[in-house]
Design a binder for this molecule. Structure first.
Ligand code: NAD
Length: 431
């Protein structure tokens, strides 16, 4: 099939490359000409394990192309995936759909033959209806179908998630586009994934309802962690004990810094706004947002306590600044709040992240180190912020030269007992 991904970001690039790997002819299109130029030299703009190899193979074999000519890419293709961003509209907390509608207008001007137009971007309920309206369904009947096919991949695991998804959700009430999508996903569905065809609006909501539920699970265990800290219980034991119950499951029950990234924060906000539009009160999701927003404050007061309220001139090593391991994505990472707050209180930061230096930190008091050793050698406090594998087996006593250094493990990667035996002043979350 001839496919066009409009928007070559985390979702467009990964899913486009995977569709090419499955034997389709794919154009990944983007208005960012620098990105496209780089991709045409097989230089990958994001950190995603395994992606470079897959891009190179499919590019060389001619199934994967990159273009900034959006109109020609649309004309060439039978299936158009809209994969542009849907960030929060800061004034209203709604999803900003201007990129989606810009693309829709370009599609409208290039409807040269029948096309399936798919929203892969996370879009609020009724966005499909609006796209259909812009495309003038009355005038252009039989020239297109607008359907929803939300993406569930996780950064850091994106290729595996795309190739072996738990489910493929396709929202359409029309047979023709449903059959086309079923065919497209056939090699993946064969890998035991479930193909679920539902209404377009249900499909749109499934994505938000799923993300809000996962955000709730994270926030729930984070609040339990707060209670555990006060009652001398290890939250890891609580999560394990809860997780044995198959109705609950142990995934997303790991206490840590609040949830961040490019999806959960914006999607929970957008879901609440959608509900408001439909005059419904999603009080649980609202509380989750509030609790998660408050998480940075709780972590800061914990750090204050660990350092006896004296952060002035303290050297803090920060391991991992992205919102989680396996990605270079800094969007809404808790580190973006915690690091500046530490600096404000007089600390200097040496950070190391396996995905590289982050230009977002402008202060001279925040320095990037090229390796863990350089970041930690002079440390008063070592903070583990994201759970990269290379942070899991550290010999703290060899790493840090200072005598009375402390470790704050925000991901509970280490055993408090072992740390105690090694006389390391170690603090975790909810323990
Ligand atoms: P991104 O910001 O990484 O990429 C979006 C791309 O769209 C950018 O490269 C941008 O230049 C391009 N773009 C913007 N306007 C365009 C236009 N008119 N024509 C062509 N290209 C245009 O975004 P992302 O993280 O890939 O997310 C895309 C969507 O997928 C969002 O709705 C997001 O919620 C959803 N999603 C993201 C993830 C994830 O892990 N990142 C997972 C599932 C779903």
């Amino acid at each position: 099939m001839k496919i066009c991904m409009i928007g070559t970001g985390y979702v467009g690039l990964v899913s486009g490359t995977c569709f090419a790997e499955l034997g389709n002819h794919v154009i990944c299109a983007d208005i960012n000409t620098i990105k496209i130029k780089k991709l045409n030299k097989c230089s990958i703009p994001i950190y995603e394990p395994g992606l470079e190899e897959l891009v190179k193979r499919n590019f060389k074999q001619g199934r994967l192309k990159f273009s900034s000519d959006i109109s020609s890419s649309i004309k060439y293709s039978d299936i158009i995936f809209i994969c542009v961003g849907t960030p929060t509209n800061k004034k209203t907390n709604t999803a900003n759909l201007k990129y989606v509608f810009n693309v829709t207008n370009t599609i409208k001007n290039n409807l040269n033959k029948y096309k399936v137009i798919v929203t892969k971007s996370t879009v609020p309920v009724t966005t499909g209806d609006k796209i259909e309206k812009i495309l003038d369904i009355k005038k252009n009947k039989n020239k297109f179908d607008v359907i929803s096919n939300p993406e569930f991949l996780r950064e850091g695991e994106a290729i595996r998630d795309f190739m072996y998804p738990d489910r493929v959700v396709v929202g359409t009430s029309s047979k023709k586009p449903n059959n086309i999508m079923k065919n497209l996903y056939l090699p993946i569905i064969k890998n035991k994934s479930r193909y679920f065809n539902t209404s377009r609006r249900a499909s749109e909501l499934i994505k938000y309802a799923s993300n809000a539920f996962l955000a709730t699970k994270i926030t729930y265990i984070n609040e339990m962690a707060n209670l555990c800290e006060k009652s001398n219980i290890d939250v890891k034991d609580v999560a394990t004990g809860m997780g044995f119950d198959e109705r609950i499951g142990d995934r997303f029950l790991r206490a840590g810094p609040g949830y961040g990234g490019s999806c959960f924060p914006k999607d929970t906000r957008a879901l609440v706004s959608t509900a408001k539009k439909f005059k419904t009160n999603l009080s649980i999701v609202k509380s989750v947002i509030k609790s998660n927003d408050n998480r940075n404050k709780i972590l800061m007061s914990r750090i204050d306590k660990i350092m006896s309220n004296n952060l002035k001139n303290k050297k803090i090593s920060f391991l991992g600044v992205t919102f989680k391991a396996g990605t270079d994505d800094m969007r809404e990472s808790p580190a973006l709040n915690i690091i500046p707050s530490l600096v404000k209180k007089g600390a200097t930061i040496n950070y190391y992240d396996p995905s590289g230096k982050k230009n977002i930190f402008k202060s001279k008091k925040i320095k990037f180190s090229k390796n863990i050793k350089d970041a930690c050698s002079n440390s008063d406090l070592l903070i583990i912020h994201s759970e990269w594998n290379e942070f899991k087996q550290l010999n703290f006593k060899k790493l840090v030269k200072r005598k009375n250094f402390k470790v704050f493990d925000m991901r509970n990667l280490y055993s408090p007992d072992k740390m105690k035996k090694s006389s390391i002043k170690y603090f975790g979350i909810g323990r």
